[in-house]
Design a protein around this ligand. Structure first.
Ligand code: FES
Ligand code: FES
Length: 184
């Protein structure tokens, strides 16, 4: 049986460079979870409806079940696992979700936080309505959303207090390479 065609990709994920050979049809979320073991990004629906798989790709939030891994070639991906600071300190959104009881099962939380992070980069002082609008593509079956909105507003206030709308999550440049090929 002929070997399925593969594509070579080079992607920086949460500050680490990866070079791998992947099937052209492989979804980014499966690349993150199954190839790289970055299981912090969950799969809720696989059809683009729930937002659980949301990550940042080159500064834009994407639902990683709707993007092929080959589309991330040459790019930089930040997942929920890349938001903590180099010292391991949580991103203010992570802290706020914890303190405001904005999660129950937690399945939606990575996507919620990634979508909220995108909002706060553009809108550092959002209204509750703006928070709800920004998170409309992210479904939560547990919380009723009230505490999620509270958490995002609290994180926004903390980020403004710090004077840094996005102090973390740009990916920490760590000189490591994983994957099937030696670094060029
Ligand atoms: S798993 Fe991607 S949107 Fe639901
Ligand atoms: S906390 Fe369970 S789906 Fe949101």
């Amino acid at each position: 049986m002929p070997r399925a065609s593969v594509a070579r990709i080079s992607v920086n994920v949460d500050g680490v460079d990866h070079r791998d050979e992947v099937e052209p049809r492989l979804l980014l979320v499966h690349y993150l979870r199954d190839t790289l073991g970055r299981t912090g990004t969950p799969i809720g629906c696989d059809t683009g409806n729930c937002g659980a798989c949301t990550v940042d790709l080159d500064g834009a939030t994407v639902k990683s079940c709707q993007v092929l891994a080959v589309q991330a070639d040459g790019g930089r991906v930040t997942t929920i696992q890349g938001l903590a600071g180099p010292d391991g300190a949580w991103h203010p959104l992570q802290t706020a979700f914890h303190e405001q009881h904005a999660l129950q099962c937690g399945y939606c939380t990575p996507g919620m936080i990634m979508a909220a992070r995108d909002l706060l980069r553009e809108t550092p002082d959002p209204t509750p309505e703006q928070v709800r609008d920004a998170l409309e593509g992210n479904l939560c079956r547990c919380t009723g959303y009230q505490n999620i909105v509270r958490a995002v507003l609290a994180a926004a206030a903390e980020l403004r207090r710090q004077g840094a709308p996005e102090p973390r999550g740009q990916g920490v440049d760590v000189p490591q390479v994983s994957g099937q090929e030696a670094p060029a």
